[in-house]
Design a protein around this ligand. Structure first.
Ligand code: PEP
Ligand code: MN
Length: 338
C-alpha cells in the first residue's frame, strides 16, 4: 500500500511509520520533490487494514500498489533515482562509464587498466576478484588479494571501484573494499545474496540473469530494496536466445521497458552481451540511443593475454574510440557524462 502524506513533517511521517509497523508491515519512506510517500510492504493478506490510516489528519490518501514489484516501481516514486559513487552518477540525466578488465590478474595489470580507462573518460573501475566461472577448472579470480589490488588501483587513480560478490559471506569484505557491489547474472535469483547486498550499505549493480524476464529482474531488485538499500542499478547484459553468432542477445528494449515501470537507473553491458569486441562500440551507441544511464565495459591492456573474456575486451585505444563515438549521442539524448 502507498500512504501519501498530506504533511512532510518528521513527526507526522514517524507517526505513520510507527502505525504501519504496529500492523506488522515494513515502512519505506520515499521523499520526493512534490510529496512524501510511505510504502507499506509485507504480507498481501489483510493489507486492507492499512486503509484505516486515511483517517489520520496528516495522511492524504492510501491506495494499493498494483505491480508485484513495490519499491522498484514508479507507483511509489515517479522521479528517477540517481545512484552515485565518487564522481560517477547514474540516472536522472547523468551517465557514467564503468570500465576495466573482466578479472584482476596482477598489480601491474589492474593499475595499468585503471590509468588507461581513466584517461579515456571512465568514471569507475571494474575488475573481478571473485569470479563466477562456468567451469570449475577455469581461473576463479585472485579473490581477497585481487580485491585489495583493485581497491589500491582505485585509490591511486581516484576512481571508485565495483566488483562482484559471488556468495553472501563475501558481501561484507566486498563492501569494505569496493564502492559498489556487483551481483552477477548467474546469481540474479540467489535470494540470500540479494538480501545480504541489501544490508551492505553500498550501492549494488544487479545484472539481469541470462534466462530471466524483466519482471523477475525487477523482483530481484525488490529483494535488495526491501532490505533498506535504495541504491540499485539494473544492468542488462544480454539474454540467451537461439542465436549463436553472439554470446548473448542484447535486449536493448529492456531499457525503455524498465524506464516505463521503474525509477531505478538502467545500464548496459555490451561486452558480455556480444561476447566479441567488434560489437561493443555499436552496442554502446545503441545503449545511449535507447536511453541507458550508463555502460559497463570490459577493457584489458592486452586482451590477447587476458585470463578471462579476452575476446570481448576492448584494447585501451579502442575504448577511447568507443568513448568518442558515444559523446555526440549523449548530447542528443541530453545525458550528462560524469
Ligand atoms: C562480469 O561482469 O564479469 C560477469 C561475470 O558478468 P555476468 O554476470 O553478466 O556474466
Ligand atoms: Mn567477464
Amino acid at each position: 500500500m502507498i500512504i501519501v502524506m498530506a504533511s512532510s513533517k518528521k513527526e507526522d511521517v514517524a507517526h505513520v511509520v510507527h502505525k504501519i509497523e504496529e500492523m506488522g508491515y515494513k515502512a519505506h519512506v520515499i521523499v520526493g520533490v512534490e510529496r512524501t510517500v510511505v510504502a507499506a510492504v509485507g504480507d498481501e493478506r489483510g493489507k486492507e487494514r492499512l486503509i484505516s490510516l486515511e483517517a489520520l489528519p496528516h495522511v492524504e490518501k492510501v491506495f494499493p500498489i498494483l505491480k508485484p514489484f513495490k519499491l522498484a516501481g514508479r507507483e511509489v516514486k515517479s522521479e528517477p533515482s540517481i545512484v552515485s559513487a565518487g564522481k560517477a552518477r547514474f540516472g536522472g540525466g547523468y551517465f557514467s562509464v564503468i570500465a576495466g578488465p573482466c578479472a584482476v590478474e596482477s598489480e601491474a595489470q589492474i593499475r595499468e587498466s585503471a590509468r588507461l580507462v581513466k584517461a579515456s573518460g571512465a568514471a569507475m573501475l571494474r575488475g573481478g576478484a571473485f569470479k563466477p566461472r562456468t567451469s570449475p577448472y577455469s581461473f576463479q579470480g585472485m579473490e581477497l588479494e585481487g580485491l585489495k589490488l583493485l581497491w589500491a588501483a582505485g585509490q591511486e587513480t581516484g576512481l571508485p571501484v565495483v566488483t562482484e560478490a559471488v556468495t553472501p559471506d563475501q558481501v561484507a569484505v566486498v563492501a569494505q573494499f569496493a564502492d559498489m557491489i556487483q551481483i552477477g547474472a548467474r546469481n540474479m535469483q540467489n535470494f540470500a545474496l540479494l538480501r545480504a547486498a541489501g544490508k551492505a550499505g553500498k550501492p549494488v549493480i544487479l545484472k539481469r540473469g541470462m534466462m530471466s524476464t524483466i519482471n523477475e529482474f525487477l523482483m530481484s531488485a525488490e529483494y535488495i530494496l526491501s532490505e533498506g538499500n535504495p541504491d540499485v542499478i539494473l544492468c542488462e547484459r544480454g539474454i540467451r536466445t537461439f542465436e549463436t553468432e553472439t554470446r548473448n542477445t542484447l535486449d536493448i528494449q529492456a531499457v525503455p521497458v524498465i524506464r516505463q515501470v521503474s525509477h531505478l537507473p538502467v545500464i548496459i553491458d555490451p561486452s558480455h552481451a556480444a561476447g566479441r569486441w567488434e560489437l561493443v562500440t555499436p552496442m554502446a551507441c545503441a545503449a545511449v540511443a535507447a536511453g541507458a544511464d550508463g555502460l559497463l565495459v570490459e577493457v584489458h591492456p592486452n586482451p590477447a593475454e587476458a585470463m578471462s573474456d579476452g575476446q570481448q575486451s576492448l584494447k585501451p585505444e579502442r575504448f577511447g574510440q568507443m568513448m568518442a563515438a558515444i559523446r555526440p549521442l549523449l548530447d542528443v539524448m541530453k545525458r550528462e557524462l560524469c
